[in-house]
Structures are given as C-alpha cells and as structure tokens.
Design a protein around this ligand. Structure first.
Ligand code: HEM
Length: 176
C-alpha cells in the first residue's frame, strides 16, 4: 500500500474518469430501460441517450489527449509482468470502445438523416441519408455497446477485487 498511496492520477484524469464512468453507466441504463417501454413512449429516452453519448464522444477525445500527454502513476510494485500486460490491454480496449461505441451511435443516427439534440442546440446530419449504412452502424453500435457494458462490469469487478481482496491501494490512486 505504502508504495503507491502517494502516486495519484492528476485531478483532470480523475474528473474525466468519474464523470465519464457515470455518463456511460447512466447511458446504458437509459437504453436498457427504454427497451422495456412501448415504442411511442421512448422519445425522451432516445434524446437523452444520444445527447449523453455524443458528449462522451467529445470527452473521450479530450481524455485521450490528456492520457497521451500525462504519464499515469506506475502500477504497484507487486504487479507481475503478465498482470501489467493484461491491465494495459484492458485499459486500452476500454479507451478504444469509448471511441467506437459513441462514434457508431452518432453515425447510425446521422446516416439516418436525423438531427442529434444536445440540450442547448442540435447537430444537423452532415451526411446524405443512407438507410442501409445506418442499419449497419445500428448493428455495430448494439454489439459494441453491449460489449462495453460487460467490459465496464469487469473493470469494476477488478477494481473492487484490488480494493477489498488484494488491498493494494490501487483504487485510492483514482480518488482525490
Ligand atoms: C456512452 C456512449 C454510448 C453507450 C455506452 C451506448 C450504449 C448503447 C447500447 C448498449 C445500445 C444497445 C441496447 C440494446 O439493444 O441492447 C445502444 C443503442 C442505441 N444507441 Fe447508444 N450508446 C452510446 C452512445 C450513443 C450515441 C452517441 C448515439 C447517437 C447519437 C446513440 C444512439 C443509439 C441508438 C439510436 C440506439 C438504438 C436504440 C433502439 O432503437 O433500439 N448511442 N446504445
């Protein structure tokens, strides 16, 4: 514990991590709940899902820039080579999915020719509508979105395992 408890992520990295974690979890909950409702009652949920998701797309670009220009704290000294490799692979898969999931969502809606409401303004589709392509992106988005849901669950489980079982202070690096 002592070897890492003073090595924390930067305030910006923490803020982006927790804000985006909240937005992604809420967005998955919205879309799953929405599917339990009759079609004509889903409008407001589509709106919020698309607005939150597009905000995540903007934030992940900023977060990637921040990650590439700021070195994160080193892993605990007890981490073996294989575990370190797995942790890096897991984190970069999450970063990749945080780009691909909102991007495919944005593309499916824009290619369908629908504007995306962003609370204070609306994003007009920059594309010529293409129903077939929109349907393909809808398929990618559903698969990748559900995959991200399992990845996020795994990420949370690993963090809790480190905190309660290994007790190596890993989680405390991500809290102020
Ligand atoms: C944080 C980012 C996002 C996450 C985690 C996410 C997650 C998901 C998931 C898991 C589904 C599939 C639900 C299911 O059928 O099982 C879905 C569907 C959908 N998403 Fe997203 N999404 C995100 C961003 C976006 C964005 C940016 C847009 C569009 C601007 C969007 C538009 C949609 C639409 C239209 C559906 C289909 C809903 C339906 O008609 O069944 N998503 N999303």
């Amino acid at each position: 514990m002592q070897d890492i408890e003073n090595q924390k992520y930067s305030g910006m990295a923490m803020a982006l991590h927790w804000l985006m974690a909240l937005m992604i979890i809420v967005n998955i909950a919205i879309v799953k709940y929405m599917h339990t409702l009759p079609r004509d009652a889903r409008g407001a949920y589509y709106y919020q899902h698309e607005a939150i998701g597009t905000t995540v797309l903007v934030l992940i670009l900023w977060r990637l820039y921040w990650r590439l220009t700021h070195r994160p704290p080193a892993l605990p000294a007890s981490t073996t080579g294989v575990a370190a490799l797995a942790a890096h692979a897991g984190h970069w898969t999450l970063y990749g999915m945080m780009v691909l999931v909102p991007m495919t969502g944005f593309l499916q809606v824009s290619l369908a020719g629908r504007p995306i409401g962003m609370w204070l303004f609306s994003i007009t589709s920059p594309f010529t509508p293409d129903a077939a392509l929109a349907k393909s992106f809808n398929g990618f988005h559903d698969i990748l979105g559900n995959l991200l849901m399992f990845l996020v669950a795994g990420h949370i489980l690993f963090a809790l395992m480190h905190h309660f079982y290994k007790r190596d202070g890993l989680l405390s690096r991500m809290v102020p």
